[in-house]
Design a protein around this ligand. Structure first.
Ligand code: NAI
Ligand code: MG
Length: 350
């Protein structure tokens, strides 16, 4: 009898309801093949829960999940509820309370996925985004509301602990890949926090003799993702820069529909959360056409984190092969439905 894991599943809103079952079905198929079991705890949290209770998450929602081995999330967000309510009511509390300070976002060009890159340029990068501090802080305010001299202030927070742990994680990842680490900065324009980021990153990466650190201004780095993607491997970035760069990398890889992410608490004191990068996509929700690759790949990242790397490899090879043989959802120019694609992956897993 193999290992057993408890995973909280929050399909959430919109296409989250469609792509999450695809991911759990693939993981279940792998469980049989690789001799482990998953106990799924279904959580019907999200916008419907908000409409009936006034909360995205129950008051004790985080406590209910505290003993989980991982959390699998679809997406949250609904057209008739402000995005700050859905985001700050569910995802941000989970990331912060469970100290998921790493947001890991791999992007690569995949056979069968048309990329907007010119020629036969290839991309294979992992963005390591700082996930709990930086530019996304609650400190600040709006003053003289509605007056001609109204102003808004928003503080960014960078701590030595926060910057060193994210760069340490990224440097460790770089040692397992090419040894090349790029740090996104803007120390020419943001003159307090970014020089501090550069300094702590340099000190931290010095602990890794096998890693070369290159700091690149984020605007130039954005251009490089498009113009010279093969010059990039592991990129470490602050919360805001990492958010933007990883969406850019996902777009360059072909579609938001194939971009997964992990929110990690590397010390494993709390559960980590795995999710597609995309949102609830209200424009296509309920039509059965959402691309399930991002959610399925997020399931693979979860398996890797749980200590099932062979199962994760099997899964990545399976959806890669299905894409390569030409089965594609609409966002990739194909005609397959969410379930057509998922069934093709399941057929390869069984
Ligand atoms: P979105 O990612 O939901 O959609 C952007 C575009 O990409 C849409 O045209 C959509 O149809 C398409 N798309 C996204 N995922 C796809 C998939 N799997 N297959 C095919 N096409 C796909 O971003 P948008 O429209 O900015 O946000 C919609 C809602 O989602 C908002 O309420 C937003 O706050 C929320 N959101 C939630 C996130 C989360 O739960 N982590 C992340 C991003 C947005
Ligand atoms: Mg984003």
């Amino acid at each position: 009898m193999g290992a057993s894991y408890t995973v909280d599943v929050i399909p959430g809103d919109g296409i989250g309801q469609e792509v999450t079952p695809a991911a759990t079905a693939c993981v279940d198929a792998l469980a049989e093949r690789h001799d482990f079991t998953i106990e799924w705890r279904d959580r019907d949290w999200g916008s419907d829960h908000y409409r009936s209770t006034g909360r995205m998450l129950p008051v004790d929602g985080l406590e209910q999940m505290a003993d989980a081995d991982a959390i699998l999330l679809g997406a949250v967000g609904d057209v008739d509820i402000p995005d700050d309510v859905t985001l700050w009511g569910l995802l941000i509390p989970i990331r912060r309370e469970f100290d998921q300070y790493i947001n890991l976002r791999p992007s690569r060009t995949l056979p069968g996925v048309p990329s907007p890159l010119a020629g036969d340029k290839k991309l294979d990068v992992v963005v390591v985004r700082e996930n709990v501090e930086g530019e996304y802080s609650e400190i600040g305010g709006r003053f003289r509301r509605g007056q001609p001299d109204e102003l808004a202030l928003q503080e960014a927070i960078f701590t030595r602990k926060g910057v060193s742990r994210v760069t340490r994680f990224a440097a460790q990842l770089a040692t397992e890949r090419s040894g090349r680490l790029v740090s996104a900065t803007k120390s020419n324009g943001i003159i307090h926090t970014m020089p501090f980021w550069d300094e702590v990153a340099r000190e931290t990466v010095a602990e890794f003799p096998g890693v070369t650190l290159e700091k690149v201004l984020v605007d130039a780095l954005a251009a490089r993702v498009v113009l010279a993607p093969d010059s990039l491997d592991v990129v470490v970035a602050s919360n805001l820069f990492g958010d933007i760069l990883s969406d850019l990398a996902a777009a360059v890889a072909g579609s938001l529909g194939v971009a997964p992410s992990a929110n990690l608490n590397p010390e494993r004191e709390h559960p980590s959360l795995f999710e597609p990068v995309h949102g609830s996509a209200p424009d296509i929700a309920g039509k059965g056409v959402a691309n399930p690759v991002a959610a399925i790949w997020a399931g693979g990242m979860m398996l890797r984190h749980l200590g099932q790397p062979e199962a994760a490899d099997t899964l990545e090879a399976a959806f890669g092969a299905v894409l390569a043989e030409g089965t594609r959802t609409r966002d990739l120019g194909g005609t397959a439905s969410t379930t057509d694609f998922t069934d093709a992956v399941l057929a390869r897993l069984r």
